[in-house]
Design a protein around this ligand. Sequence first.
Ligand code: MRU
Length: 350
Amino acid sequence: MNETGKAIQSIEWREDHVRIIDQTFLPGRTVYCDIRDVGQMWDAIKKLKVRGAPAIGIAAAYAFYLGIKDIRDISYSGFSIEVDRIAQYLASSRPTAVNLQWALDRIQSTIHALREKPIDEIKDTVLQLAKTIHEEDKRICKNIGLNGQELIPDTANILTHCNTGGLATGQYGTALSMIYHAHEAGKKIHIWVDETRPLLQGSRLTAWELTSAGIPMQLVIDSAAGHLMKSGKVDLIVVGTDRVAANGDTANKIGTYSLSVLAKEHNIPFYVAAPLSSIDTAIKTGDEIPIEERDGEEITNIGSSRIAPKKVDTYNPAFDVTPAKNITAFITEKGIVKQPFTTGIAKLFS
Ligand code: MRU
C-alpha cells in the first residue's frame, strides 16, 4: 500500500476535540482545523472542509459527542430534547450523503437504548460509538478495495470522478481503495482523473492522493470523458457514491450520470464502490434522493477570481442520480453485487 493511501487521516479524535484536514486548502497547503463544538463542525461540513460521504458520517458522529458533552444537571427527557435538536441541526448541513443521517440515527438509537443509564455514561458511550464508526470505516474501505480486485484486469486504464480516497473516508477510500490495492498488487494501471467541476475534487484531491502514492495518472477535464471512451482509452470506470436507493439508483457527484450514459454507449463497465452505510434501503428509487444545490458562486468564480459576468443567473446541483440500469456492479465490504440489484442489495442487509 502506498504511503498516502495508508497514512491519510483526514479526521482524528484528539482527547477533547476533533482535528480535520481542511480540504479546501489542498493541495497547496496541509492545514489542520481543530473543531471543538457542534456549530464549527456544521460549518466545516457545509463548506466542504471535511467532505466525502463516509467522512461526513464520521465527522458528524464526533460532532454529536461535542454537542452533548457539556450538558449537565438535566433529566433524560430534557437531554433527549437536546439530542433531537443536535441531530436535526447536523443533518441540515448536507442533504445528499446518507452516511450523515446513518451515523446520526445510529447514535440516537444508542442513546435511546441507554435511557435508564446516567447521562455521563451515555455521553461516554456516544464518544466510544463515534470512535467505533471511524475504525469500522477503515476496515470497510480496505475490504471494498480487496473485494474489487477481481474486476480490475492486470493492465487497465481506469476513469474516476470526484474524490473517493482516504480524504473522503476513514482511510483508503472506496473507489480509490480499489485503485490503491490494484497498484499494490502490481497491476499496471493508469488512471484518468476527471477534474470534477466546479470544486475540483478530482484535480485538487484525487490527483494529490494518486501522485503522492506514485500511481500513474493523467488529469483530464470532465468533458474529455466521451472522447477518451470513443478512442478506446478507458477499460473501466469506478466511482463512489453518496446514496444508493434500494433498487440501485445511485447519487454521486454531478457528472457521474453523464459518465454512465457514455459508458453504456461504449460498452465500458461502470462500477460503484459503496459501503453499506451509503445504501439507503428506506427509499425505493433515486427519485427520492434529495439533491443538494449549492451557491452559484462556485460556478461563477474559480477561487477568488470571477470568471462569469456579474449578474449571471446560475443553477448548481452538486449531485446527480445514475439509474441502476447503467451500473454494472456495486463493490461493497460484503462483496460484489450484480444485477438484479433489488435482490442483491436486500441480501446485503439480511
Ligand atoms: O461534494 P463532495 O466532495 O462531498 O462529494 C463527494 C462525492 O461525490 C464522492 O464521490 C462520494 O461522497 C463518495 S466518497 C468515498
